[in-house]
Design a protein around this ligand. Structure first.
Ligand code: HAM
Length: 453
C-alpha cells in the first residue's frame, strides 16, 4: 500500500501552537484591557460577507479587491460571498444594519482572522489576525489622537520599542481631485520613468503611485505634487488640531506626505505605526478617517476613524524581546500512583479548581501512571507552583504530600497535609506568598486569573 498523502495547512495560513499561545493571550489581554479603559466595546461580525460589501467599501481599483479576495459562490443559492479581507467594512455594515449610532457615537473594537490572497512572506500571510478599533460618529481630531495614544499605551505596556508613528492627511474628495489632476499631469511629464504598474494606475489610482517601492521611481516620486499642499482650511485645521494634541501629550510622529494607504475609503487623517525590525512588512498598525463611507452605504452622514493591527507582526516583535521563560500551565500538578490514589487525586483536583486554581492531573495510560520520578519531571516542566503527590503511603495516612516547586532545589519544601485540608493549604501558600507570587491582593484577578503570577 502506498503511503497516504500528507495533509498540510493551506499555503500562507498558520497554526498557532500551544508554545506561542501564551504570547497571543498576553497581547490580546493587554490590548483588550486598554481598549476597555478607553471606553471601547467589543463587536463580533461574521467572517463571510457579501462580496459587494468589500468591493464598495474598499474600492474596485485596489489591490485587495482586484486580486486578493477569497471570493466564491455559495453553491446552495448562488450568492457571491467573500472571506473578509479586513474588518472596517463589516463593522460599518453592522453599525448601519443595527442602527448602532442612533443614540450617539460608538467606540468599538474587534479581533479575528482576515484573508487576503497575497504572496506569502515573513509578516505577510493569507490568513492573518487583526486587532482593530473603530470610533463611529466622532468628527474631531481628539478621537484620532485618542486612537493613536491608546496604540502608544499598548506598545509601552507590551514593552515594544523602536515603533514610530507616521502621519498624513489625504484631505477630502475635492482636495484629492485637484491634486489628482496635477499629479496625473506630473506623471505624464515623467512617463519615461514610470514602470508598468504605475502606467496601469496612472488614470485609475495615481495616488497609489506615490506608494511605489520601485527604487528607480523614488526620485521622480519625491518631486511629485504633495496632497498636503492642496488641503483646504477645514482639513488643515483638523490636521493641526491633531498635531497639537499629540504634541501636548509628547507623542512623537513624522509627517509622511507619501503615506496614502491602500484602501479607498480614507479621508483626512491617515497613520501607520512602523518598525524596522521586521524587514519589508514593518507596518504593525494602520488606520485613519473614513468620514464619507457610512453615507456612501446609505446611512446618515456619520464621520468615523479607526485602525487595525497585524497581530502576527506584533507577536514577532514581542518574541524579539527575549522573554523566553515558558509561562506556567497551571498552579498545581497532581502526581499519583495506584488506582485508589488516582481516584483521590481526581477528586482533589476538582476541589482545587473549585477554589479557582488551575490544575493539571497527571494522565495515566493503561500501563499505569509512570514512576514518581517521571511524573515529578512533568510537574516541573508544567511550571506549577505546587505538586500534590498521592501514593500508597498517602492513601494509608489520608494525607497528600504537597511540594513547593518554585524555590531553589535544596529548599523546596514538602508538607504532609490531610486530604481535607489540601485546598486551604495550597490556597494559603499561594495567596500568602508561600509559593512565589508577586501579588499580595487576595482578589487579584490580573489576566483573568486569581493566583498565578
Ligand atoms: P490594512 O493596512 O490593510 O488596514 O491592514 C492593517 C494591518 O493589518 C497592517 O498594518 C498589517 O499589520 C496587518 N496586515 C495586513 N495585511 C496582512 C497580511 N497579509 N499578513 C499579515 N498582516 C497583515 C486595514 O485593514 C484597515 N481596515 C484598517 C482600518 C481600520 N482603517 C480604519 N479602520
Amino acid at each position: 500500500m502506498s503511503k497516504p498523502e500528507k495533509i498540510v495547512a493551506v499555503k500562507g495560513m498558520n497554526d498557532i501552537l500551544p508554545a506561542d499561545a501564551p504570547m497571543w493571550e498576553l497581547f490580546e489581554n493587554t490590548a483588550e484591557t486598554i481598549l476597555k479603559s478607553y471606553g471601547y466595546q467589543k463587536i463580533v461580525t461574521p467572517i463571510v460577507e457579501d462580496t459587494s460589501l468589500f468591493a464598495r467599501a474598499i474600492g474596485a481599483v485596489t489591490d485587495i479587491v482586484e486580486k486578493e479576495m477569497y471570493s466564491f459562490e455559495d453553491s446552495m443559492n448562488g450568492d457571491q460571498l467573500t472571506l473578509r479581507p479586513e474588518g472596517t467594512a463589516s463593522v460599518v455594515r453592522a453599525v448601519l444594519e443595527h442602527n448602532l449610532v442612533y443614540d450617539g457615537p460608538k467606540r468599538l473594537w474587534y479581533k479575528g482572522p482576515m484573508f487576503r490572497h497575497e504572496r506569502p512572506q515573513r509578516g505577510r500571510y493569507r490568513q492573518f489576525f487583526q486587532f482593530g478599533a473603530e470610533a463611529v460618529g466622532f468628527s474631531g481630531p481628539d478621537i484620532d489622537a485618542e486612537l493613536i495614544m491608546l496604540c502608544r499605551r499598548l506598545w509601552d505596556d507590551l514593552g515594544l520599542q523602536n515603533v514610530r508613528l507616521e502621519l498624513n492627511s489625504i484631505g477630502n474628495a475635492d482636495e484629492r481631485q485637484r491634486h489628482r489632476a496635477d499629479l496625473i499631469a506630473f506623471f505624464e511629464q515623467n512617463e519615461a520613468v514610470l514602470d508598468a504598474e504605475a502606467k496601469r494606475r496612472l488614470h485609475s489610482n495615481p495616488l497609489r503611485i506615490l506608494d511605489t517601492k520601485n527604487p528607480a521611481m523614488q526620485e521622480m516620486v519625491n518631486g511629485a505634487p504633495k496632497l498636503l499642499d492642496y488641503l483646504g482650511e477645514e482639513s488643515l485645521a483638523h490636521l493641526n488640531g491633531l498635531k497639537k494634541i499629540l504634541d501636548r501629550n509628547a507623542v512623537q510622529y513624522t509627517i509622511n506626505p507619501r503615506l496614502v494607504r491602500g484602501l479607498d475609503y480614507y479621508n483626512r487623517t491617515v497613520f501607520e505605526w512602523v518598525t524596522d525590525e521586521l524587514g519589508a512588512q514593518g507596518t504593525i498598525c494602520a488606520g485613519g478617517r473614513y468620514d464619507p463611507l457610512i453615507e456612501q452605504f446609505g446611512g446618515k452622514a456619520t464621520p468615523a476613524v479607526g485602525f487595525a493591527m497585524g497581530i502576527e507582526r506584533i507577536i514577532e516583535l514581542m518574541k524579539g524581546l527575549g522573554e523566553t521563560q515558558a509561562p506556567s500551565q497551571c498552579d498545581v500538578y497532581m502526581v499519583h500512583q495506584g488506582e485508589e490514589a488516582q481516584a483521590q487525586a481526581f477528586i482533589l483536583a476538582e476541589r482545587l479548581r473549585d477554589a479557582g486554581l488551575d490544575v493539571v492531573l497527571h494522565c495515566a495510560t493503561p500501563a499505569g501512571s509512570g514512576s514518581f520520578k517521571s511524573q515529578m519531571k512533568k510537574a516541573d516542566g508544567s511550571g506549577a507552583a505546587f505538586a500534590v503527590i498521592i501514593g500508597d503511603d498517602e492513601m494509608a495516612g489520608e494525607k497528600a504530600a504537597v511540594k513547593a516547586m518554585r524555590g531553589e532545589a535544596g529548599e523546596q519544601q514538602q508538607a504532609s497535609v490531610p486530604f481535607l485540608e489540601v485546598v486551604d493549604y495550597v490556597v494559603d501558600q499561594i495567596v500568602g506568598g508561600g509559593g512565589e507570587h508577586d501579588c499580595v491582593d487576595e482578589n487579584c484577578n490580573e489576566h483573568g486569573h486569581h493566583h498565578r503570577p
